[in-house]
Design a protein around this ligand. Sequence first.
Ligand SMILES: C[S@@+](CC[C@H](N)C(=O)[O-])C[C@H]1O[C@@H](n2cnc3c(N)ncnc32)[C@H](O)[C@@H]1O
Length: 303
Amino acid sequence: MPVLSQASIAFLQPRPGGAYVDCTVGAGGHARLILQRIGPHGRLLGIDRDETALEAARRLLAASTPAPVLRRGDFRDLVAIARAEGFDPAHGVLFDLGVSSLQLDDPERGFSFRGEGPLDMRMDRRGWLTADRVVNRMPERELAQLIRTLGQERWAARIARFIVDRRPLRTTRDLAEAVAAAIPRRAWPRDLHPATRTFQAIRMHVNDELPSLEEGLRGAVDILAGGGRLVVISFHSLEDGTVKRLFERESRTCVCPPGQPVCTCGHRPRLRVLTRRPLRPSPEEIASNPRSRSARLRAAERI
Ligand SMILES: C[S@@+](CC[C@H](N)C(=O)[O-])C[C@H]1O[C@@H](n2cnc3c(N)ncnc32)[C@H](O)[C@@H]1O
């Protein structure tokens, strides 16, 4: 079940004959909803850097009319991919960030602290950096810094020390146990597994997620046609902060340093923000799809 599906489609406004890009096609849930609305002359480009996700999307969308164009790639290369496939300009661009249930539920991918699997966490399995390298080779101080910043974890220093003391760690269970042992039980979060933040931090580092998102969002603004819609669903505050800052910058008339008496930047706004505050899923959606719990949606229109 795609997260925030109704709201994302309402903001994206897929129209018959339009050209749309789903930058995180995953298993194809959002893509299917778009395809149902763009008629036989509409076009959809679905991108994902995970080959397994693309296979799932291919299966789900096999009988769709029109047939989508599905490409393996990183959305940080959105402009190049969109140009190569004839999607510049596009009438709408969607990002549904983070990991998919397909990735989380397969222990072999190493994304989850539930079950046991190799320390992998790569979305694109051709990449050289794995969770194993991070967990077993990164110097303790760097590891602590990474867990603190990308995991927003206040026990980062202790967690890094426990990980280093237990090296070599072989599986996701070894990692989850090291983290759980490092955090005093009285400080375990009430509604989260104690290793959640550490796993998130390592995954974000392995996949270079925030820099990729920045580049992808800028690319989306570049390829959108006037009046085209940009919709982004994020799953934690670092992602949402990146989206919010880009929206703010792209919607301002002036980006001169504060206090400068006369504007000299010549900046032109390229976006009109449609969501003053991010949209959250309803309690009903959270109850039926717990993965949506931390989702936030922001949308903007290209000027
Ligand atoms: C939450 S899932 C998307 C689910 C999809 N909307 C659906 O309805 O099935 C996120 C997907 O984005 C992909 N992804 C994450 N970062 C990416 C990036 N930088 N470039 C391309 N795909 C990425 C992941 O591999 C994953 O399949």
